[in-house]
Design a protein around this ligand. Structure first.
Ligand code: ZN
Length: 90
């Protein structure tokens, strides 16, 4: 009796019927920089800074949610004035 037969036996004992299905999943294909319009794709992943804000009732943007993805080049060239809090995780 091989592993497949054993699994079939267990399934029969518990009266569980199974079937194989093909599931479609959504996968990120690309992330575009919201400053330069270029791809944030690197060799194996995406490299970007994500800026998000959910504005509250005391702001002039109440009920708005803002989101932006910025590529590393634009972070270095255009956002260097921001005092980012940096943590080295290595
Ligand atoms: Zn950019």
């Amino acid at each position: 009796m091989n592993v497949h037969d054993t699994k079939e036996k267990i399934i029969q004992i518990f009266m569980i019927k199974t079937k194989k299905i093909v599931k479609e999943i959504e996968q990120t294909e690309d992330i575009i920089c919201d400053i330069c319009g270029k791809s944030c794709k690197s060799f194996t992943d995406f490299e970007y800074l994500e800026l998000t804000a959910t504005w509250g009732f005391e702001s002039n943007k109440d009920g708005e949610k803002w989101d932006a993805h910025i590529c590393e080049k634009c972070v270095d060239e255009k956002l260097s004035f921001i005092n980012f809090k940096k943590i080295n995780y290595f």
